[in-house]
Write a protein that binds this ligand. Structure first.
Ligand SMILES: C[S@@+](CC[C@H](N)C(=O)[O-])C[C@H]1O[C@@H](n2cnc3c(N)ncnc32)[C@H](O)[C@@H]1O
Length: 271
């Protein structure tokens, strides 16, 4: 497989330990992953076979949520943190299909995502996209750099899909969410996708434990109540925080009676 030229980023890219961006890419059937990523990804599949279904359902949720925000809620600005490697239906593609003037700032802290960021920067002429290399914890840097493209006087859709579980409780993810929401005006939205600790409980616990034994950055699945708390102070869009394949599902989405350990929700900052 061709690997991108790492240039002077190679020092920051340790391919000997699994990294969530590349493991997720493997589960989605992508090619931008290394042996350590594939080994960890396969081990999770062995303990939690539905993980590949879950990540595809997460991408489908991303598509439905962004379409809802752009087409129904009228949002024109998106701040997508924990972007991941480019895949089908990236945020700006879905948003700009509904609203070509949509402006999207992508943020990720993995150098391999930066290497592929060109694929995320294919904006419509009327809109704009920007990539920021930053850590979700560094909300000051994110907001400063995003302000070059986004107008924080107008509503912003803050997207945190598959990234809050990379912040352990000791990192106070709720405070990070609160800092981001304090920076955006009423009428802004928060979208979250987050692995569930209280669905298919034993499988999830086993697979998270197995992954965390190998990875440098541990992952934390959370319960419905814990994920719902990230939306404190917001008005939840119907149907609330649900297993994400059940969020405004349409034709081609997974059957609602299937159990999937992955929550999704969208909330609006009230006026
Ligand atoms: C599981 S992928 C999710 C990708 C995409 N949002 C989606 O839902 O399909 C998680 C992404 O979050 C990034 N990430 C993890 N921890 C991060 C952090 N502290 N700051 C910024 N990005 C982070 C990873 O590098 C990875 O690209």
């Amino acid at each position: 497989m061709d690997k991108p030229d790492l240039g002077d980023r190679s020092a920051a890219l340790d391919t000997s330990v699994p990294h969530i961006a590349r493991v997720y890419d493997y589960w989605l059937g992508g090619k931008d992953n290394y042996a350590a990523d594939r080994k960890a990804a396969e081990q999770v599949i062995a303990t939690f076979p539905d993980v590949t279904v879950s990540v595809r359902a997460q991408r489908a949720f991303l598509g439905r949520a962004v379409h809802y925000l752009a087409a129904e809620a009228g949002l024109r600005q998106f701040l997508d943190i924990g972007t991941g490697l480019p895949s089908a239906n990236n945020t700006h593609e879905v948003a700009q299909r509904a609203a070509p003037q949509a402006r999207v700032v992508y943020v990720d802290n993995d150098p391999i995502v930066l290497l592929h960021a060109r694929a995320l920067l294919t904006s419509s002429p009327e809109g704009a996209t920007r990539y920021v290399e930053a850590d979700l914890r560094d909300t000051g840097q994110i907001l400063d750099e995003a302000a070059q493209v986004l107008d924080f006087g107008q509503p912003v859709a803050v997207m945190l899909l598959g990234v809050l579980h990379c912040i352990p409780d000791s990192g106070d993810p709720a405070a990070i969410v609160a800092r981001l929401l304090a920076a955006v005006p009423p009428g802004s939205y928060l979208t979250i996708a987050h692995p569930a600790s209280d669905v298919t409980v034993d499988q999830m616990a086993r697979s998270m434990r197995g992954y965390n034994q190998q990875a440098r950055d541990p992952l934390t699945a959370r319960s419905h109540a814990e994920v719902s708390r990230f939306f404190d102070g917001l008005d939840l869009v119907e149907p609330g925080v649900v297993q994400l394949h059940r969020w405004r599902a349409g034709v081609g989405d997974l059957a609602a009676d299937r159990e999937l350990a992955n929550y999704g929700g969208v909330g609006r900052k009230p006026y």
